[in-house]
Design a protein around this ligand. Structure first.
Ligand SMILES: Cc1ncc(C[n+]2csc(CCOP(=O)(O)OP(=O)(O)O)c2C)c(N)n1
Ligand SMILES: [Mg+2]
Length: 241
């Protein structure tokens, strides 16, 4: 299903179309919020083993999905359910299948229950092992659990795009399946507590030095689990500057 996406560039959007999109977004925000509340109950009552959810972070993820284009890559973390739903990468049912660790890949396309709930991914390979046309789909690398670990991979994805742009040998033949001559952006998400980690700062620094197409969103909720920001970070880094 082709999800909304890319309306920022749409020309001549009628009021009716605009209204439809706003209502669809509002519906998804509500569905995602209810999924978070229900999912948490399922974990706390022992029916699902593990779950961290994306409630409170729905709206910015909808906004992010509007500028995320085919060929782009995400490297993010467990709060990103609304974004993944908005780009059409996971349905509510599949998301719950992930929570229950459903081992059938048809039901749980992200990892067939091998990953914990809320660990998102899209497929880069076809059934026969051949590569898909990555430039024609919205891509996400497969989430891993250590906080901050999405950052070096984000750097790698953006750096790869850079190479596709500067190396003409990578702008022909089968390479055109993987990159549109480097015209992609690598989108990263991270929580505020995880920005205290070296991985985060090393990634931001390297991206600046290398001048690569990388965009980072920090979900700044003031907490890392139950620890408030004022006792874990020296300054309100992102509010101050
Ligand atoms: C390296 C590492 N240390 C500790 C944890 C346990 N852990 C999981 S989530 C989390 C807090 C993350 O807080 P933040 O980055 O602000 O993200 P939020 O959940 O608030 O969006 C911690 C410490 C982990 N997953 N990985
Ligand atoms: Mg936080």
């Amino acid at each position: 299903m082709e999800k909304q996406g890319n309306i920022g560039t749409a020309k001549g959007l009628s009021f009716e179309d605009f209204k439809k999109i706003v209502l669809e977004d509002f519906r998804l925000i509500n569905e995602s919020r209810q999924a978070s509340l229900l999912g948490r109950k399922e974990v706390l009552t022992g029916k699902a083993k593990f779950g961290i959810f994306g409630d409170g972070k729905e709206l910015p993820q909808i906004a992010l999905s509007k500028v995320f284009k085919n060929g782009d890559f995400r490297s993010g973390y467990y709060r990103d359910q609304t974004f993944m739903m908005a780009i059409g990468a996971v349905t509510l049912q599949q998301w719950f299948a992930g929570l229950y660790a459903h081992t059938d890949i048809e039901h749980e396309p992200m990892s067939a229950g091998r990953q914990m709930g809320g660990h998102f991914a899209t497929r880069s390979l076809n059934e026969d092992g051949s590569f898909r046309k990555l430039i024609e789909q919205k891509n996400s690398s497969s989430d891993i659990s250590p906080t901050g670990s999405q950052m070096p991979r984000l750097l790698g994805l953006a750096y790869a795009s850079h190479f596709f742009r500067v190396n003409k040998d990578l702008q022909q033949g089968e390479f055109l399946n993987y990159s549109d001559k480097g015209n992609e952006i690598a989108f990263g998400t991270i929580g505020d507590a995880s920005t205290s980690e070296g991985l985060f700062w090393e990634t931001i620094n390297a991206a600046g030095v290398l001048q690569i197409p990388m965009l980072v969103s920090v979900w700044d909720d003031g907490h890392g689990i139950s620890v408030p920001k004022n006792i874990k970070q020296q300054k309100k880094v992102f509010q101050k500057y």
